[in-house]
Design a protein around this ligand. Structure first.
Ligand SMILES: Nc1nc2c(c(=O)[nH]1)N[C@H]1C(S)=C(S)[C@@H](COP(=O)(O)O)O[C@H]1N2
Ligand SMILES: [Mo]
Length: 335
């Protein structure tokens, strides 16, 4: 991804990186810092205090405790070894928190993720503003270990927890006019420093979309967790899309709206650079990005000696399951 302008450096971004390397030592240091500062009669910044506790995460974890306890393993999981949690949490794209890979890990901790509402609108018989827990509670959570391939040519294996999007869509009862599904992320500049930057280049909210048959495909997941716990904030807590055969930018985070529409919806990266980020964005080693090759990818974390390059697979290795969705389409023109 390349954003047109360099974002303004925010005050929070100058906090030393070493503080954040390990979340536990971060919390320890923050608490120690709080004590030290209060001993000196100084106060700690509210953002740091929020990252140390964030009661909304404990509240949401409690709501998800019994669904998580009955989580099922899925036959759709890859047998590849998942990336360690620390790598999944510190190498992210989530521009609402900054454009650097470490920014979401540094700045998303304070995001309030409970209560969380999801607005469902458009061509459905059951539109409404739903509490997230009400959307989840009648479904069994599944663990789905999927490869995630970013358009920037890095990838990771991630053990998501979620429910198939098809099961959710069925309860909203789409009408025959619902040909596409659109998704929108949270807009909350007070908690999202990337949205306060005048130069981010993105017109918030982050938006994505799928054709209805892509949305109904059994591989398409709405994730609420990973590694058996609620989602880390930097990975899109409390509720994000995961479409494993498409480039990662389709897998929109921290979703607050799902809409059902008749025509192809505008999507964030496609609007910014239509020649580089197609609406379909299927992982395809045969079609290079205009600025780099898509034939190989860096599988993270790298080994002892750094880069761990592997060949990129058509549809990210899910060709057998999804090729039929695109029968008759020229994928070289549509990514
Ligand atoms: N709202 C929102 N969703 C987003 C993004 C973003 O910037 N904002 N980045 C996307 C991109 S480019 C990728 S590769 C994945 C990264 O997911 P991860 O950080 O959980 O690995 O999230 C996607 N979803
Ligand atoms: Mo990405």
């Amino acid at each position: 991804m390349l954003i047109k302008h360099k974002p303004a450096l925010s005050e929070a971004q100058v906090t030393p990186k070493s503080i954040y390397v390990d979340r536990r030592s971060f919390i320890r240091q923050t608490l120690a810092g709080t004590l030290a500062l209060s001993g000196l009669g100084l106060s700690v910044s509210p953002a740091l205090a929020a990252q140390a506790e964030n009661p909304s995460r404990s509240a949401w974890r409690q709501k998800l405790a019994s669904p998580l306890a009955t989580m099922q393993k899925s036959p759709y999981s890859t047998t590849e070894t998942p990336a360690p949690l620390k790598d999944i949490q510190r190498y992210n794209n989530f521009y609402e928190f900054g454009t650097g890979k470490g920014d979401p890990g540094e700045h998303a901790g304070g995001l309030t993720i409970d209560p969380w509402r999801v607005v469902v609108e458009g061509e459905v018989e059951k539109p409404g503003s739903y509490m997230l827990e009400d959307l989840i509670k009648s479904h069994l959570l599944e663990e789905r270990i999927y490869r995630l391939r970013c358009v920037e040519a890095w990838s990771m294996v991630i053990p998501w927890v979620g429910i198939p999007l098809s099961a959710l869509i069925a309860r909203f009862k789409p009408t025959s006019r619902a040909r596409y599904v659109l998704f929108e992320s949270l807009v909350r500049p007070e908690e999202m420093p990337g949205q306060r930057s005048l130069f981010s280049g993105i017109d918030w909210p982050y938006q994505e979309g799928l054709r209805i048959d892509e949305a109904m495909h059994p591989l398409t997941l709405m994730a609420v967790g990973l590694y058996g716990d609620i989602l880390p904030n930097q990975n899109g807590a409390p509720f994000r899309l995961v479409v494993p055969w498409k480039y990662g930018f389709k897998s929109i985070k921290s979703i607050v709206k799902i809409g059902f529409v008749e025509t192809m919806p505008p999507t964030t990266w496609n609007q910014l650079q239509p020649g580089e980020y197609g609406f379909y964005a299927n992982v395809n080693p045969a079609v290079d990005h205009p600025r780099w090759s898509q034939k190989t990818e860096r599988r993270l974390p790298g080994g002892l000696f750094g880069a761990n390059r592997i060949e990129t697979m058509p549809f990210n290795g899910y060709a057998e399951e999804v090729t039929s969705l695109y029968a008759g389409m020229d994928l070289s023109a549509n990514y």
